[in-house]
Design a protein. Sequence first.
Length: 477
Amino acid sequence: MIALTLDRIAEITRTRIRGSARPDATVTGPVVVDSRQAGPGSLFVALGGERADGHDFAGAAVAAGAAAVLGSRPVEAPQLLADGGDDGVVAALGRLGRAVADGVTAAGADIVGVTGSSGKTTTKDLLAQVLGGLGPVVAPAGSFNNEIGHPLTVLRADEGTRFVVLEKAARGIGHIAHLCTIAPPRIGVVLNVGSAHMGEFGGREAIAQAKGELVEALPAADEGGVAVLNADDDAVRAMASRTAARVVTYGRGADADVRARDVELDGAGRARFTLEMNGGSAPVRLAVVGEHQVHNALAVAAVAAEFGMDAAAAAEALAQAGPLSRWRMEVDELDDGTTVVNDAYNANPESMAAALRTLGAIAERRRSFAVLGAMAELGGEARGAHEEAGRLAASLGVDGLIVVGQEAAPIADGAAGTAGWHGEAVAVPDAAGAVEALRTRLRPKDVVLVKGSRVAGLEKVAEKVAEGLTASGKDAQ
């Protein structure tokens, strides 16, 4: 973080200095919401939580070296006091993030924003690694992509930062626009418009409206703004009319500015293709799993080109960029030859289809099992989307479906109604039931996919399989 005194932070955040706080005390970072992460010179942000109130840990944060506590109720510690409860604290945090964003961009940093219905985290991780070869990068860990995670990430930047790569999520109209006010991006990447959060948004058109707020926030072309758009997604391609920035397209079609041709998957489900951009071409072998990663890689290459990378340099950097965030197409090869694909972080119809196709590509002549949980927040589309997932699994020849939870039950119905499928569909109530179902079915050299929305907690199933299913199923609870 750029070092700031408490009186300067109070001015930026519109808070009041109180308690034993010294106006000239300096916050050097990090800014944290977990008191266990506090250290010398840090700023502890106290928020109310479902299980605990951060204000109760103010003393522990200061004892660990925090310079002050930013909170909404008085505590016995050096404090910056915000009005308006947690909302007021979050607003103050956003103002501080904006001040630091302005400071690092004035020092020469570029801010890149990434959004889309799926693939945001993986693309952000790949982009951070590729740009890391050009200079220091700040990017969020995992999916730190909301009104709290966004400023916390920006606040890790300092005068030496060259790139800030930010993931932008939305739960409704206006959310991405707000995130862009905290850290205004110069380059914006839109990956896709899918069905994630359909129940909250009410339709794909509303999702497209929300995702397009990113390109609307970009500077004009003559000010350096660049919108990187997926040419293979009609809803994304249409966003070109919503931005004053220069538009760069990527995709598998011949008319994309950055494109992939001759795409193939190897036996481990990793893509190989020829990257074409800026008049050059180079072969790419990705280290991440799934054909859907081709589009993520192309988006990264398009951004890399904006910073001077040619096709060969981008291809080399992409080949070295691996998965960073947990439970997103993690592949474990066990000693007995079993392959476990853990994609349990989240699920929507598009990511579910991509995961199932990856399972089919990896399995080939091996037996395959899919442990599938519900896809959340689909509203009235839920039953049909789950049935379609089941039909796809059956059409790909999955040998066993283990469907977890009542909301996911239509997956089994879709598979059972698919002509010619001779696999087995088993319904279980929870992760522990899935472990027990696998215990009696798995054999060495089988391939297992674990996929579902985060609330299902299916990563526990993948962990048990990776351990060899030696423990009791109750351990998965």
